[in-house]
Design a protein around this ligand. Structure first.
Ligand code: ADP
Ligand code: GN1
Ligand code: MG
Length: 360
């Protein structure tokens, strides 16, 4: 990537931005993100991975519907700085919210929210509480938007049966010759499948409500202000119909873990009860009013579900020869797999506590 290429992409959006400097930004595993410092203020330019997001137009349509809806709700509440509380995407002259470059890459451009910060790990319970409130409020803000207007950006993204089938396919194909080396981990994950597939059964039968959810609620997708207050939920690529349990569970997958998701030293992986409790309290303060019984009863279970799902996704990618997630070094997906499985096993010891905290 060089300045000329960046300038030419930005020109396609039809707004005159004079770029002073730019740099690669963020830690995402899928997209490429660049921070542009321009004479008109900071912007983010993001290349969407269109091999993964196959319908970029549909995805951007979702994002525009969702951000417009949240903006309206914020304005109705008298919030006077909506541009700091919801993402603002830039459209091109034909009112399209992405541009395609000569190489067939898809790019989006949006406002960088100044004086905000994201965290890779929670540092205090107050941050966990704020993050919980933020995701609860996000679901609440979208509770009156018709889910039928949204497409599934990645079909079956958190469908446990689909993820399990993909895992089984990866084992059967053994494309990278790694099944033997991962036998123990494979068996551990197969051993939990009956329990973990229950969630999809409930969704299929309609017992578990389908709402509009974020679906990638890693803690680094929350922007805080300097006082640890919520500014904005970001990374809206996967906002689509889903279960609230996906969001609750995925947030605890990252913020409840005392180590990063790819921690190689398994001894460092533990479950932080204080952060779990703070997150759950913040989340329920915003969501208690609209959640149904089956959702509340399964908040603790959802944490195990999401860690199991992530474990089989990393493991399947390792077995397939690392074709999906960006990796920083050979064997990274193996390290991620072992790390997630350890976290899942550690969490087993805390399930009674977790259920007690979320008991309503
Ligand atoms: P990825 O899909 O790769 O995770 P994100 O959309 O989450 O990409 O962006 C990567 C990082 O860029 C975020 O973790 C955050 O630090 C920063 N970022 C993204 N959007 C904004 C924004 N609107 N304002 C400020 N920082 C942002
Ligand atoms: C990916 O793009 P990023 O880093 O926010 C992935 C999530 C995984 C996560 C694991 C579209 O998220 O589902 O949970 O990595 N996103 C997609 O860190 O697959
Ligand atoms: Mg992100």
């Amino acid at each position: 990537m060089n300045q000329n290429t960046i300038e030419s992409i930005v020109r396609s959006f039809g707004i005159p931005l004079e770029i002073k400097e730019w740099k690669a930004f963020g830690h995402g595993h899928i997209n490429d993100t660049y921070l542009l410092n321009t004479v008109s203020g900071p912007f983010i330019l993001q290349r969407k991975n269109h091999l993964i997001f196959k319908d970029v137009m549909g995805m951007m349509n979702n994002i525009v519907l969702v951000t417009n809806h949240i903006r309206k709700r914020l304005l109705a509440k008298g919030i006077n700085d909506p541009d700091r509380r919801v993402m603002t995407y830039i459209s091109d002259p034909s009112n399209q919210y992405f541009v395609k470059d000569a190489d067939g890459n898809y790019w989006t451009l949006f406002l960088f929210i100044k004086d905000s910060f994201g965290v890779e790990e929670v540092k205090r319970p107050e941050q966990a509480y704020t993050a919980g409130k933020a995701f609860g409020a996000f679901q609440n803000q979208l509770s009156d938007l018709d889910g039928k207007l949204l497409i599934e950006t990645i079909p079956g993204f958190h469908n446990g049966k689909l993820r399990f089938r993909q895992f089984q396919d990866a084992i059967a194909a053994d494309a990278a010759g790694r099944v033997g080396e991962m036998r123990q981990e494979i068996d551990k994950m197969l051993g939990r499948s009956d329990e973990m597939l229950r969630l999809q059964d409930w969704l299929d039968s309609g017992e578990m409500p389908l709402r509009i959810t974020h679906n990638d609620t890693k803690i680094n997708n929350v922007l805080f202000d300097k006082d640890d207050q919520i500014l904005c939920i970001i990374d809206l690529d996967t906002v689509m119909p889903g279960s609230v349990l996906f969001d609750f569970g995925d947030a605890i997958r990252t913020l409840g873990n005392t180590a990063p998701e790819d921690e190689p030293d398994l001894a460092k992986i533990d479950f932080n009860r204080d952060y779990y409790k703070a997150f759950a309290e913040g989340y329920l303060s915003e969501s208690r009013s609209f959640l149904s019984e089956i959702e509340k009863e399964n908040l603790a279970y959802s944490c195990q579900y999401m860690v199991w799902e992530q474990s089989i996704r990393f493991l399947a990618d390792y077995l397939n020869g690392d074709t999906y997630y960006k990796t920083a070094y050979p064997g990274h997906n193996k390290v991620r797999t072992l790390s997630q499985i350890r976290y899942l096993e550690v969490m087993d010891q805390h399930m009674d506590f977790m259920k007690q905290v979320t008991k309503q």
